[in-house]
Design a protein around this ligand. Structure first.
Ligand SMILES: [Cu+2]
Length: 487
């Protein structure tokens, strides 16, 4: 099969997306299940965001004052909507390089437990750092629930400092919002606090520390919180979660420096830099959703996909109405937001998906080198070697091959970029991953590299082709190395 346009395979325009916010739960059903106050709370608490539709349908009597919501959110007993079950009620998300937080149901409430603590974290093999995380990882495990669920989340603090957790994007009672000093006292060292709230809206949310944020988020206290739509009329075949973050790990040091404001040198999806980022596998024709979050300290990330087009269908404020969804090949994910995209996996191949900020696809060593472009390495070597016998000038044609030079690397550092690909080295690091789209994925395990159909890989033009098309390369400029052999 040729890997021509998407028209050969499947329409790339998603069906009507999830309708915004208002659950497909009738008000009557809510009343019957004793959660009228919850529904009323959602109406009363969202006058600014997408409430018009809810107001249309809500009889005035159903609009509860905020106080009533607080009461309902404090109440644990009473019948409510049945807690959502993975696979039956929603298609669970895939968190590449990560996990989903398990839960128990106790009297109809989903109970989760997060433990904040110091964790040895590998940005990739060869670069371990002492970070702060939840349940032994940064980001922490993805929390997943169903719209209408009530959750109770215990947070144990095993950090050396007080902390809190804020539930980013979730509409909840003020006292559950996790802002240290404003909504609650900080969680003391070794204490366990309890957060409990309903989830009136579906969407892609996040959780992170809201105490000494610069330090604590800078060390890794963050995670994703996905709430699936109840009674969704359609579900994606695969639903991925990627949380971006940035770090400064100085070469030879064992901890990220959270005080840095500008010069970050590691950029991660779910805590990993390429080539440690797990490829996103998908089968031709499948409906794919990717939920991006960004809890970097300072950097926005324009995430670009190759060979495909997607629609931006939701933010952390809810779904975008179909008419407002942007077709894109790049989605900007600003700091402190989520952006959800959907597309049909319509084009087979191995496709790059990466941040388009070029410094964000470069690992530690690439950011602060001296500009050597155009310098004669040989002349420099001749001058410097009497003083430094092992000196080797490099970078005069760029940094593309430097990751592959096999030079000794200082401890607690990794090559600036590079993973091996089917055609050589992939000169990328940081926020870079690969979408592997196949007609049929192998059962279990990573598919091999994509085998491009014959005649569809770029290769050197022949003399005959150049002649046929009237293309004249011209004489090489003086000074270029004569290494390239014409055949
Ligand atoms: Cu970026």
């Amino acid at each position: 099969m040729s890997n021509s346009s998407e028209h050969d395979h499947a329409p790339d325009t998603p069906d009507t997306p999830d309708t915004p916010d208002t659950p497909k739960i009738s008000r009557r059903e809510m009343m019957r299940n004793g959660v009228a106050a919850m529904a009323g709370g959602a109406v009363a608490l969202t006058p600014l965001a997408g409430a018009a539709q809810e107001h249309q349908h809500a009889p005035p009597a159903a609009r509860q004052p905020v106080a009533a919501t607080a009461v309902s959110n404090a109440a644990v007993t009473g019948s409510r909507l049945p807690p959502g079950k993975p696979n039956r009620d929603y298609t669970p998300v895939i968190t590449p390089n990560g996990t989903t937080l398990p839960f128990n149901v106790v009297n109809g409430v989903k109970v989760f437990h997060l433990t904040a603590g110091i964790t040895k974290h590998a940005f990739m093999s060869g670069l371990e750092s002492e970070c702060w995380g939840y349940n032994g990882s940064t980001p922490g495990p993805t929390i997943e629930a169903l719209q209408g669920d009530r959750v109770r989340i215990y947070v144990t603090n095993h950090l050396p400092a007080p902390t809190t957790i804020h539930w980013h994007g979730i509409v909840l009672p003020a006292g559950m919002d996790g802002v240290s000093g404003l909504s609650q006292p900080p969680i003391p060292v070794n204490a366990t606090f309890k957060y409990e709230f309903d989830l009136p809206h579906h969407g892609t949310f996040m959780y992170h520390t809201h105490h000494d944020e610069m330090v604590q988020q800078g060390l890794g206290l963050m995670g994703m919180f996905v709430v699936h739509q109840r009674n969704a009329t359609r579900r994606p075949d695969r639903d991925f979660v990627l949380l971006a973050a940035e770090w400064l790990v100085r070469i030879g040091t064992t901890r990220p420096d959270p005080n840095e404001m500008v010069e970050f040198n590691l950029f991660t999806f779910n805590g990993k830099v390429f080539p440690a980022t797990e490829p996103l596998q998908m089968q031709l024709g499948e409906r794919i959703r990717i939920r991006f979050g960004n809890l970097s300290a300072m950097s926005h990330h324009p995430i670009h996909v190759h060979g495909l087009r997607w629609r931006v269908v939701a933010t952390d404020g809810g779904d975008i109405a179909p008419d407002g969804q942007w077709p894109e090949a790049t989605v900007l994910v600003p700091v402190g937001t989520t952006r959800t995209v959907e597309f049909v996996a319509s084009n087979p191949g191995d496709w790059a998906m990466h941040c388009h900020m070029t410094h964000h696809v470069m690992n530690q060593m690439g950011h602060s080198g001296t500009n050597m472009i155009g310098v004669s390495e040989e002349a420099l070597n001749t001058q410097v070697r009497p003083l430094l016998p092992s000196y080797m000038a490099m970078g005069s044609t760029g940094m593309g091959e430097m990751g592959a030079m096999g030079m000794p690397i200082p401890s607690s550092s990794i090559s600036m970029s590079g993973g091996s690909g089917p055609y050589g080295r992939i000169d990328m690091g940081g926020l870079f991953t690969i979408l592997k789209i196949r007609e049929k994925l192998p059962a279990g395990g990573d598919p091999e590299w994509y085998v491009n159909p014959p005649g569809t890989v770029s290769s050197e033009a022949t003399e005959a082709e150049l002649k046929r098309d009237g293309v004249t390369p011209g004489a090489p400029p003086a000074g270029l190395p004569a290494s390239h052999k014409h055949h």
